[in-house]
Design a protein around this ligand. Structure first.
Ligand code: APR
Length: 245
């Protein structure tokens, strides 16, 4: 199957779906110029592996290094425009009676594209927090990095979920409840390797939902899906919306 082939049966299923969930990962932002986690980094950060920076241990070892990496990512994301894949999901929500977007991405591009009520499983890098859980989106620029919380003077860290950390309980609960109730779920641009996000499509399957994957490559989820659309989400999603409505 290539980018141009969208099964008629999938179009029918989407047209008549009562509750649709779309789970996205780093791949949906790739066409906006945001590297995926498993892409090699470029420039200044080429010698670092993201898996070694996005951990509580890395922050404990070298908070300044981790803070500076997030500053670089924050600036990269601020310059990145939402792409046709993000925009197609904004369109999709207008046609469906119940639509929920669940993302593993921390870049906020879905919201910038216009998606509403996005469940952010892994937080958002535009926000920061301190050990006392004050959430802040601005701070005094000082010589000291990471900067300190304006409320309690503790050092700030990005408000994201790092490898080895637990997801916020309420967020995960909401995501699980939503996938239990849907009749169609899309897994878009995710390697389906990171738990608990990777389990969400399986929960939907157990509750009788149809499952669609959009990705240029196969993933551990591929053998379980009803429809697989191999290709880039920025090409496939707009086509799917156009053909369906
Ligand atoms: N369109 C669709 N999918 C794409 C595209 C594209 N244009 N480009 C790449 N992909 C796919 C890749 O084939 C891969 O399967 O996107 C996936 C990206 O995988 P990861 O980098 O592992 O990202 P993700 O699955 O979101 O990672 C999950 O792990 O790194 C942590 O917390 C981080 O949220 C992240 C989580």
């Amino acid at each position: 199957m290539n980018d141009n082939t969208i099964p008629t049966q999938l179009i029918q299923t989407l047209r008549t779906a009562k509750q649709v969930v779309v789970l996205t990962g780093a791949g949906i932002s790739a066409e906006s110029g945001v590297p995926t986690f498993r892409d090699a980094q470029t420039g200044l950060w080429a010698k670092y592996d993201p898996m070694d920076l996005a951990t509580p241990e890395a922050f404990q070892r070298d908070p300044r290094l981790v803070w500076e990496w997030y500053t670089w990512r924050r600036e990269l994301v601020a310059k990145a425009p939402p792409n046709l894949g993000h925009l197609a999901l904004v369109n999709m929500q207008t046609y469906l009676p119940k639509f929920t977007l669940i993302t593993q991405n921390v870049d906020g591009l879905h919201q910038r594209a216009g998606s509403q009520q996005v469940i952010e499983l892994h937080g958002n890098l535009t926000r920061s927090k301190c050990v006392n859980e004050h959430i802040v989106d601005s701070w005094q620029t000082a010589d000291e990095l990471p900067p300190r919380c304006p409320h309690c003077e503790q050092i700030l860290r990005p408000d994201v979920v790092w490898f080895g950390e637990f997801l916020q309980e309420q967020t995960l609960y909401k995501a699980m409840k939503t996938v239990e109730q849907c009749d169609l779920i899309f897994s878009v641009g995710t390697s389906s390797l990171v738990q608990p996000a990777a389990s969400l499509p399986f929960i939907a399957l157990e509750h009788g939902a149809k499952l669609v994957e959009i990705n240029p490559d196969s993933t551990p989820l591929t053998p379980h899906v009803h429809f697989v659309l191999y290709g880039k989400s920025g090409a496939i999603l707009p086509k799917l919306v156009d053909l369906t409505w």
